[in-house]
Ligand binder design. Structure first.
Ligand code: FA5
Length: 345
């Protein structure tokens, strides 16, 4: 029996030393020390021993069991440490590798141009005002010296929702709303960016939905030369000092006198092409001195206060600045077009 116990100890220690992982080690524990294991079997035969031999054999069996247990524990510690090493090696991060580029979205070119124009005017002391896109006929037309039935209403073909409500055809109603809020008090110096809607036929320079930025300045002693100077600074900052600019006399019922501003076409260098319809020029804004009727309707004393206003089309400005040949590119969301204005790729 003594020999059998020694044999089992040697066999177990050998297998423990060779155990490759924690599962194998546990199988060995169960095989040698479990209830159905060989050591238990040997101990079951102790009843046949003499009273003298029994305690000696019991002590030896305990020794063998302890030796196997402590060896299993030691091997378990070794195997656990090796497993941690392996995991650490597999999860090692090389912090010196270059980062993967993140694909970020970009602002739409129109948003960028609107923000650029806003910054330019904010730099000249203007604040930004906003108004509703679904507008009352009163603010869109009547308060701007365009009573019902006025022929100049045809200049801006409108989308009516009811007889009194329409999609605004320009950003000028924000002028009327701002003046009304100020209750006849100056000075006023605002720009108003936003979407506008007209029943225009879509072509290279016209869209039925587009954006405008309105400007309004009211104070004592505001003159046409102030408007001219402001538009000149704007155009030079936007397009560069070398681009040609012209002001033409025009007509708007809410300004008197009225002008329109054209910029030489970048696509053809002013020689005439399909973008500028052969004229060499593209109109970017309408402007003028605020009509005394408009000032009076909003509660201003037109003998004391004068003002200028302008309304520009950011799409046309972006086309001229970047050489874009068709306004429809802004709305068709062709990723190849939009990517050209990306700041991250
Ligand atoms: C107006 O809308 C006036 N409210 C502008 C104004 C404001 C005049 C204040 C005087 C004082 P007009 O219809 O010309 O004017 O439009 C102004 C600008 O909007 C044009 O110069 C052009 O740049 C742009 N625009 C007009 N129609 C379209 C269109 N269908 N598609 C794209 N841009 C357009």
């Amino acid at each position: 029996m003594q020999e059998r116990l020694k044999e089992l100890q040697a066999e177990a220690l050998d297998k423990i030393a060779q155990a490759a992982d924690l599962k194998e080690l546990n199988d060995i524990r169960v095989a040698f020390l479990g209830k159905k294991g060989p050591i238990t079997e040997v101990l079951k035969g102790m009843g046949k021993l003499s009273a003298e031999e029994r305690p000696k054999m019991g002590a030896l069996a305990n020794e063998v069991r302890d030796a196997i247990s402590s060896q299993i524990e030691a091997r378990q510690t070794e195997l656990e440490a090796a497993a941690v090493e392996l995991k650490l090696a597999a999860e090692k991060i090389d912090v010196t590798l270059p980062g993967r580029p993140v694909k970020a979205g970009n602002h739409h070119p129109l948003t960028r141009i609107i923000e650029e124009i806003e910054d330019l005017f904010i730099g000249m002391g203007y604040t930004v005002a906003e108004g509703p896109e679904v507008e009352q006929d009163y603010y869109n037309f009547e308060a701007l010296n365009l009573p019902k039935g006025h022929p100049a209403r045809d200049m801006q073909d409108s989308f009516y929702i009811t007889e009194e409500i329409l999609l605004r055809t320009h950003t000028s109603p924000v002028q009327a709303r701002t003046m009304e809020k100020r209750q006849g008090k100056g000075p006023v110096k605002i720009i108003c960016p936003g979407k506008v809607y007209r029943r225009d036929n879509d072509d290279a320079t016209h869209s039925h939905q587009f954006t405008q930025i309105e400007g309004l300045v009211i104070d004592e002693n505001i003159r046409l030369s102030d408007l001219k100077g402001t538009l000149d600074v704007f155009a030079k900052k936007m397009f560069g000092a070398d681009r040609e600019i012209r002001l033409r006399p025009s007509f708007f019922p809410f300004t008197e006198p009225s002008v329109e501003m054209d910029i030489s076409c970048k696509m053809c260098g002013g020689h005439g092409c399909s973008t500028c319809k052969g004229t060499g020029w593209i109109e970017i804004l309408g402007a003028g001195m605020v009509h005394p009727n408009v000032l009076e309707m909003a509660g201003y004393d037109s003998k004391r206060y004068t003002g200028f206003a302008f309304g520009m089309g950011p799409e046309r400005i972006a086309m001229l600045k970047y050489g874009i040949d068709d306004i429809r590119h802004f709305y068709t969301n062709d990723i190849r077009f939009l990517k050209q204005f990306s700041v991250t790729e």
